[in-house]
Design a protein around this ligand. Structure first.
Ligand SMILES: NC(=O)c1ccc[n+]([C@@H]2O[C@H](COP(=O)([O-])OP(=O)(O)OC[C@H]3O[C@@H](n4cnc5c(N)ncnc54)[C@H](OP(=O)(O)O)[C@@H]3O)[C@@H](O)[C@H]2O)c1
Length: 251
């Protein structure tokens, strides 16, 4: 039976992934045990763990304990993350540090701890849930984009380092998904309203993620339209900036 560890397990996307993994031994990490129990209390093969993933010592102890108990982690899905869509001068220094702690540093630290074991076992798959915001930067997402661009850079290098050991690293870069993410990112709902017609459904995104488990897939970018926008952004950055700053300035 595969052992799959998922962070941010109480989130909207994680809930859909869990539904699609009935036969796996799941290790579900979240900040609030009660929330995890409410969601997954009846799941026959899910260990529910309350942890602050930004606490490096707690994370290190947990990983050591999990390897003692399970002997392996086949798949790590780094899913925890949040955004704040706001002008950069309205973001605090604390916000900057906190978001990097969750979206980037915790992901890097957990990947580091698990990857070293996967390397020894010459087997494993790390799936990093990043974002289109890690490929295309737009106004009011400077901090969020910075955390996600960093995560993609890290993942791209890690993939190369783990390649000789048969360990896969996949980055998943979705556009906006209909989850509770926007309660914090966009509390007044303006952005959500303007992108409503492009919203991805979390079950569809989860299906794609679960399908890639065990496959040597570099990345996937959703939806197709935003993937094309990303290619355009890379090829014609000046024109893309003009369009992103004017016509497609949704935030
Ligand atoms: N929704 C979107 O539009 C969208 C688009 C592209 C990428 N993403 C990415 O997809 C991933 C999943 O997001 P989602 O859409 O499922 O959103 P969500 O429903 O808000 O779930 C995100 C989960 O991340 C964890 N989290 C949030 N803030 C945290 C903090 N300060 N410290 C520790 N953990 C925290 C929480 O899990 P616990 O409460 O269990 O700790 C939360 O449930 C995130 O990495 C997000 O950046 C989302």
């Amino acid at each position: 039976m595969s052992t799959i560890l998922i962070t941010g397990a109480s989130g909207g996307l994680a809930q859909e992934m869990v539904k699609l993994l009935p036969d796996a031994q799941l290790i579900l990490l979240g900040r609030d045990k009660e929330k995890l129990v409410q969601l997954y209390g009846n799941h026959p093969q899910a260990e529910l763990i309350e942890i602050d993933i930004t606490d490096a010592q707690a994370l290190e102890e947990l990983v050591a304990e999990l390897y003692q108990r399970y002997g392996k982690i086949d798949v790590l899905i780094n899913n925890a993350g949040y955004g704040i869509f706001e002008d950069f001068d309205k973001i605090s220094n604390q916000d900057i540090h906190q978001m990097f702690e969750v979206n980037t540093f915790a992901l890097m630290n957990l990947s580091r701890l698990v990857a070293s074991r996967m390397k020894e076992m010459r087997k494993g798959h790390i799936i990093n849930i990043v974002s289109m915001a890690g490929l295309i930067a737009t106004a009011k997402s400077s901090l969020y984009s910075a955390t996600k661009f960093a995560t993609i850079g890290f993942s791209n290098a890690l993939r190369l380092e783990l390649m000789p050991y048969g360990v896969y690293v996949t980055t998943v870069n979705p556009g906006p998904i209909r989850t509770g993410f926007f309660d914090q990112a966009d509390p007044d709902g303006t952005y959500l309203k303007s992108v409503d017609r492009f919203l991805l459904e979390p079950d569809a995104v989860a299906q794609k993620i679960v399908k890639t488990i065990g496959k040597n897939k570099r990345e996937f970018n959703l939806p197709i339209l935003l993937n094309l926008a990303h290619k355009f952004y890379t090829l014609f950055p000046k024109l893309a900036d003009k369009l992103a700053g004017e016509t497609f300035n949704y935030k």
